[in-house]
Write a protein that binds this ligand. Sequence first.
Ligand SMILES: Nc1ncnc2c1ncn2[C@@H]1O[C@H](COP(=O)(O)OP(=O)(O)OP(=O)(O)O)[C@@H](O)[C@H]1O
Length: 232
Amino acid sequence: MGNLVEIKGLSKNYLNKKALNNLSLDIESGKVVGILGPNGSGKTTLIKILTGLLRQSKGEVLIDGHNVGVYTKSIVSYLPDRNFLYNWMAIEDAFEFYKDFYSDFDEKRGEELLHFMKLEKNMKINSLSKGMNEKLNLTLVLSRRAKLYILDEPIAGVDPVARDKILDAIINNYNEGSSMLITTHLVRDMENLFDDVVFLREGEIALKGNAEALREEKGKSIDEIYKEVFGE
Ligand SMILES: Nc1ncnc2c1ncn2[C@@H]1O[C@H](COP(=O)(O)OP(=O)(O)OP(=O)(O)O)[C@@H](O)[C@H]1O
């Protein structure tokens, strides 16, 4: 399959700070890619450029052959690293909001995921715990039939027992042929999800490759390789 995302020579400067430095990266259709790196390495900046929330200083980004804009926003389902729903809403309202806003919202899948997450439609957003909020946001994001899913720290607030279940939900609910970009600090918990991994350091790619091939080559888990690369 071809590349869904093509990034060439991408740079982003904030005043004097280089957050991304001449980064080039292709993401194939159908792949789950982990974007890994310590605080401040540029993960969020990269995601914000892909989702059109920020403009690059230099370089080119193509998603499904298009520059970031109206079309790409319609095929990208994005989970920000914080709650994006209004507090006054009940879960039911959040569903309606999504249905109105995104023509690719699959209500049936949403209902199934909601049940799976043990959430009820009459629950108020402001009564949800942090972990429950993450589950709801993830439910909505995964219920779109998108070409590209971008999940920024999807399970940070979820308890360890629920994590495995949620990882299963992520894997089982995205479309064949769609790609997924996931940032996380929880490398050990999430590494089995990744087809490919990209390690970011100070806005540059420190290491990238097929996760299984890297494990074999180095005789280590991705988590151990991460610790080696970043010296934790
Ligand atoms: N609005 C901003 N103004 C100035 N500098 C910024 C801004 N946003 C990010 N930066 C800087 O850009 C660099 C990359 O930040 P970014 O948020 O992309 O990192 P990150 O990898 O997502 O970090 P974390 O894991 O902590 O979320 C950091 O040095 C950060 O201080």
